[in-house]
Design a protein around this ligand. Structure first.
Ligand code: NAG
Ligand code: NAG
Ligand code: NAG
Ligand code: NAG
Ligand code: NAG
Length: 340
């Protein structure tokens, strides 16, 4: 009897000890997570309206950080990181303007002509990176404005203008947002790259960023700027064929639409994005190259407009030549490019 009482006591004591150590560890984890959250808030200049909001955002942040940590421990082709979207749930991220700026065009390109159609795939270079050829301006940041369509169209325009004039100029997305308002494009509410090319042609060109800087908000169109770049026309890449997309990207930077709503896209920080992905087209980016990494994985290289803290310093690689003809996250569905 005395023996079993002692045993019971010992068991209880050790349980108690265990749970208090456990609680202490949890408290410790929470404290270090809080410090992480504070550091992150300072880094991204995030301010919450009150303590309740902060507590709520902390919980979301904590869940995301745990998800990122467990995701990254696997043998992965790509990694996630604690970027500027780390305090948003995936549902919230999907609803942000940042991720909802592509509105598919109802009008098809004027000609249906695809100038690169007869190029043979085996004559194409195995690696293309338009950055190394000076045809890509530095990464920009659209902020909380659904203007990805303008950034995608501008990146493709900057590329072809450089290839035809030899000069790389950073062009104005804000001019598109403010002035391209008589068609389907709708400023921070979203738009379509082909409509943007159409506007640039009719407008007699686009001015430089430095003349007409980005405000991340709808403004009134300011007229009277000299154009720094003009376009003659634009064409569509035939849909759902990564080979055709490759022919186009081998020749110039190309505007593409993508489903950027997945959690892996939200928190992507490097490597070659792969796996399952949706085709709910909501985001516009620019294809600026392709290649094969040291493990033999083929990839597309894209320029995004979410600043340099997202992805590979603002760039994204996604797996190329997958079995789904639409491409990873639909990247072969809505590609188009301008002609200067
Ligand atoms: C985008 O792709 C979808 C599916 O192929 C198509 O219905 C739509 O017309 C395309 N939009 C543009 C702008 O090409
Ligand atoms: C590709 O070749 C076909 C057959 O010769 C021709 O009809 C078509 O016009 C060519 N396309 C281009 C873009 O040159
Ligand atoms: C932004 O501009 C578009 C196009 O003119 C307009 O439809 C929309 O209502 C504007 N939004 C705001 C918030 O001013
Ligand atoms: C446009 O170009 C003309 C001729 O080079 C110049 O006189 C004028 O000041 C420029 N206007 C603006 C708004 O830059
Ligand atoms: C190549 O694969 C190995 C093992 O799966 C991995 O550790 C490494 O990070 C991969 N390299 C690249 C460039 O993806």
């Amino acid at each position: 009897m005395a023996f079993s009482k002692a045993l019971l006591f010992a068991v209880l004591a050790s349980l108690c000890f265990y749970s208090s150590v456990h609680a202490a560890r949890e408290l410790n984890d929470d404290l270090s997570m809080m410090a992480k959250h504070e550091g992150w808030m300072a880094q991204y200049g995030r301010v919450y309206k009150d303590a309740a909001e902060k507590t709520h955002r902390f919980e979301v942040f904590k869940t995301n950080v745990r998800f990122i940590e467990s995701f990254n421990t696997g043998d992965r082709k790509f990694w996630l990181g604690i970027n500027q979207f780390a305090d948003l749930t995936n549902d919230e991220f999907r609803a942000t303007k940042t991720n909802k700026g592509f509105i598919p065009n109802k009008v098809k390109s004027p000609t249906g002509f695809f100038r690169y159609e007869n190029i043979s795939l085996d004559t194409l270079p195995t690696t293309v990176d338009w950055r190394t050829r000076g045809a890509v301006t530095p990464i920009k940041d659209q902020g909380m404005c659904g203007s990805c369509w303008a950034f995608s169209a501008v990146a493709a325009t900057e590329g072809i203008v450089m290839l035809s004039t030899g000069k790389l100029v950073s062009l104005s997305e804000q001019e598109l947002i403010d002035c391209d308002i008589h068609g389907e494009d709708d400023g921070c509410y979203g738009g379509d790259m082909q409509d943007a090319f159409e506007f640039i042609i009719k407008n007699g060109g686009l001015t430089m960023d430095s003349n007409y800087p980005y405000m991340a908000t709808n403004g009134t169109c300011k007229a009277g700027y000299n154009s720094s770049a003009t376009l003659k026309s634009y064409e569509e890449v035939p849909a759902n064929n990564e080979g055709d997309l490759m022919k186009a990207v081998a020749n110039q930077p190309v505007s593409v639409a993508v489903d950027g709503g997945d959690m892996t896209f939200q928190l992507y920080s490097g490597g070659i994005l792969t796996g399952s992905c949706g085709t709910d087209m909501n985001h516009g980016i620019a294809a600026i190259g392709y290649g094969t990494d040291s493990n033999g994985t083929k990839y597309w290289l894209f320029k995004n407009s979410w600043g340099t803290t997202w992805g590979e310093n603002g760039y994204l690689r996604m797996e190329k030549d997958i079995s789904d003809k639409r491409g990873m996250c639909g990247i072969a569905m809505n590609a188009s490019y301008p002609i200067a």
